[in-house]
Design a protein around this ligand. Structure first.
Ligand SMILES: [Cu+2]
Length: 298
């Protein structure tokens, strides 16, 4: 009698766990957009870099693992409550030690942690040690906008990137420069960072005044922008498009209004953009020498 009840409970828990996992995995791609959040989005934004893809798969692997562990522990608790309560089990066992069991519940969690540590450290290394750079861009966080400097090889251009207000967007639309949907609210900027597809872009990130943080979810990238310190991040975007991010370190009154916009283009379109940009943002004299020095030091 008691046995059938336990079987029913166990079967119910398995079914529940299975349904939960199925719901999680099928919901993952359904509502996630590219480059910016979607209405009613759940889970992570779709990633377009090797590091971002690794972060996504590692996240899901961990979530499945922790779900299985939680369901297993819950099942044990339910079995104990049903099978060993005072009514069902009036004469409790006097056993206090079981060597096999104690070794098992020490070793199995250790093994699980070791298995998790392997991809975790691989991901850390991948993120921290960039491959040889095709382009190195210097990123400075200012209160409250971002400034970018391209290396000498890309004309040494530098520019500021500020958020477009709703009236800026209305002006642009009136001038025939795209539709309103092309400029997502609180994310679109006047000067986007433009990079070629499938190229390793190393970012040297610093803060010009206070601490900011340069974060682009689709690239799996987030790095502090500290005054007096040069932090390094990298990405290799494998899909064309515009990818938005935001400052992710509370830096002052307009913290929420200093978005990041990175446009990934084909090599040809990037070259065309660069030719235009060289005219638009004439390089300052001292900047190329400093950037060139940084490049040789790398
Ligand atoms: Cu900030």
């Amino acid at each position: 009698m008691a046995l059938t009840r336990i079987n029913l409970v166990q079967r119910g828990m398995l079914a529940l766990g299975g349904a939960l996992l199925a719901a999680l995995s099928s919901a993952a791609p359904a509502h996630a957009g590219y480059g910016q959040p979607d209405p009613w989005q759940m889970f992570l934004q779709n990633t377009v870099t090797p590091v971002g893809d690794f972060i996504t798969s590692f996240h899901w692997g961990l979530l499945y693992t922790i779900t299985a562990i939680t369901i297993f522990v819950l099942a044990l608790l339910v079995i104990v409550v049903i099978k060993f309560n005072a009514k069902a089990n009036p004469v409790p066992s006097k056993t206090t030690h079981h060597v096999g069991l104690e070794v098992a519940w020490t070793l199995i969690p250790v093994l699980i942690l070791v298995v998790i540590a392997v991809p975790s450290l691989r991901l850390l290394k991948m993120d921290v040690v960039p491959p040889p750079a095709d382009i190195t861009i210097k990123v400075s966080g200012h209160a409250w906008y971002w400034a970018y400097k391209y290396p000498q090889s890309e004309g040494g251009i530098e520019f500021d990137s500020r958020m477009l207000t709703e009236s800026d967007v209305a002006d642009l639309v009136k001038k025939g420069k795209g539709k309103k949907e092309d400029y997502p609210r609180l994310l679109a900027v006047d000067n986007e960072v433009v990079v070629p597809i499938n190229k390793v872009v190393v970012l040297q990130v610093t803060g010009a005044d206070v601490i900011h943080s340069f974060a682009v979810p689709s690239f799996g990238m987030k790095i502090d922008a500290m005054p007096g310190r040069l932090n390094q991040a990298w990405f290799k975007a494998t899909r064309e498009g515009v990818y938005y991010g935001q400052c992710s370190e509370l830096c002052g009154k307009d913290h929420a209004f200093m978005p990041i916009a990175i446009r990934v283009l084909s090599q040809e379109k990037y070259a065309a953009w660069l030719a235009e940009a060289k005219k638009k943002f004439a390089a300052k004299d001292e900047a190329p020498a400093r950037l060139a020095a940084n490049e040789t030091a790398r």
